[in-house]
Design a protein around this ligand. Structure first.
Ligand code: AKG
Ligand code: FE2
Length: 272
């Protein structure tokens, strides 16, 4: 590893800016024999081969993905990118950059503070309206938007992980901008299986149910061929909902979020 790095990587994470030899770190786990299954949104199963309805080979049910292609049009996509790029990004792990609109959270200590949170950004209001018009998201109240930027030049990727269960609720909602990528899913019980969900540009993906709870998700470096921005909205867990033990802070977070008056946490708007 290069100690003169200027990136956001910590611990075992790395990107092209901090690796001396990029082959050293990436894909150690991929040396293991792996069965890759591609998720088909038409039959809600993951298959080894072929396009619907002519799939062949191994298959398995894969529950917990809602995929909506062309969720936004190219005009709105361009407007969103334009707005997003007006705000400074901060370096994040594994060659990503990010902008965060949400509470300050210490996941280890399970502490959440709303004082720094000024709301979701103005440009996301139109998305909130369109998202909550979908039956699957009709009661969805986002209290965080995280914009992640991936580019091939930095070897951007995200290691397989679960999104936190204490703070974040059932549905993880992502709008995929600019370029296609593949969101992959793995779990420790079926350790040789990888389920891949292709996300076209302008698509919406909602991850819930088994895909949220049983499977970890990630994005391989090789699946970032062009710049990509992921806008991920998160809702609160039951603990922060009415009658939950942290409902007061939950209400506060929702009120702040829906002012749509926010600036990114820890960053300042660009001066021009
Ligand atoms: O980039 C994506 O689509 C996924 C990002 C993600 O999993 C996360 O931010 O937790
Ligand atoms: Fe995630």
């Amino acid at each position: 590893m290069n100690s003169n790095k200027s990136c956001g990587c910590k611990g075992i994470r790395s990107c092209l800016l901090c690796e001396d030899n990029k082959d050293k770190i990436e894909n150690v786990s991929e040396k293991k024999e792996k069965v890759t299954l591609k998720y088909c949104d038409l039959c809600k199963k993951a298959w080894a081969w072929g396009f619907h309805p002519n799939h062949t080979g191994d298959s398995r049910d894969f529950e917990g993905i809602y995929l909506h292609e062309e969720f936004i049009d190219e005009i709105l996509e361009a407007e969103l990118i334009d707005e997003i790029d007006k705000t400074v990004y901060s370096d994040s792990q594994s060659g990503r950059r990010k902008q965060d609109y949400g509470p300050k959270v210490n996941f280890k200590k399970q502490k959440v503070k709303y004082e720094v949170f000024t709301g979701l950004p103005k440009y996301s209001e139109v998305l909130y309206t369109t998202l909550t018009a979908l039956p699957i998201l009709k009661d969805f109240i986002p209290v965080e938007l995280c914009n992640l930027e991936y580019i091939p030049e930095r070897g951007s990727a995200i290691d397989p992980h679960y999104d936190d269960f204490w703070l974040w609720g059932e549905r993880l909602v992502t709008i995929n901008l600019i370029s296609e990528t593949v969101l992959y899913f793995i779990n420790d019980q079926d350790s040789n299986i990888e389920v891949q969900v292709t996300l076209p540009p302008r698509s919406l993906v909602v991850v819930f149910g088994e895909a949220r709870h049983k499977w970890k998700h990630g994005i391989h470096r090789d699946d970032i061929q062009n710049r990509r921005i992921a806008m991920t909205f998160r809702e609160l867990s039951q603990e922060f909902e009415k009658d939950g033990k942290s409902s007061e802070i939950g209400e506060k977070l929702k009120d702040i979020a829906l002012t749509f008056n926010g600036t990114a946490v820890g960053t300042i708007p660009k001066s021009s």
